[in-house]
Design a protein around this ligand. Structure first.
Ligand code: FE
Length: 187
């Protein structure tokens, strides 16, 4: 069964991941692969690599048009994505996915240079996502068990928008996904 979920994920990226990644110069699948590759380079475990690869899976699942940030709609892809992932993976995978937009609001609140460094599309979507956290938002976020994992995913996410970058493909992540799935059933 777990093998089938891995295949389903790879099929999803292959079938619907070719669309533009929200106003950036890379496709959804390129963005996911670059995010995951940064996680591999950071030497983190398989579950966090899976979270990096799958952080925007909600975009692919609900099939909304590629320009939603420009249209002024917040698709809440982090909730749809993490809800789907929870059926198969443990919280070490689903929680950073659920929190990766909150991590942006958190970093914008605590690091002025982070806010200044966001891409134009990411600055636009920040407003729809509620803007930088206030004090209560910061505390609430830091109370989440996986908040540091979410911050890590967020930083890779922001750095994963390089046009035509050559990185390992989807096949390179089969074993990390299978390991992450296996851990979710043994914990
Ligand atoms: Fe992303």
């Amino acid at each position: 069964m777990n093998i089938n979920i891995v295949e389903e994920i790879i099929q999803l990226f292959t079938r619907v991941g070719q669309g533009e990644y929200f106003g950036e110069q890379v496709s959804e699948t390129e963005h996911a692969l670059q995010t995951a590759h940064l996680a591999v380079q950071a030497g983190v475990d398989e579950e966090l690599i899976a979270a990096a690869l799958l952080h925007d899976i909600g975009h692919l699942l609900h099939g909304l048009p590629e320009s939603i940030a420009q249209d002024g709609i917040d698709g809440r892809h982090e909730d749809g994505g993490s809800a789907w992932l929870q059926h198969y993976f443990g919280p070490a995978v689903s929680a950073p996915v659920r929190l990766h937009v909150a991590a942006k609001r958190y970093l914008c609140a605590i690091e002025p240079e982070y806010l200044a460094g966001l891409s134009p599309a990411s600055q636009r979507s920040l407003k729809l996502q509620g803007g930088p956290f206030d004090e209560a938002g910061i505390r609430g976020f830091e109370a989440e068990r996986y908040f540091q994992s979410a911050v890590a995913v967020r930083r890779w996410d922001d750095a994963a928008k390089t046009p035509n970058l050559v990185v390992p493909g989807l096949d390179a992540y089969r074993s990390a996904l299978e390991t992450a799935l296996a851990r979710s059933t043994t914990r």
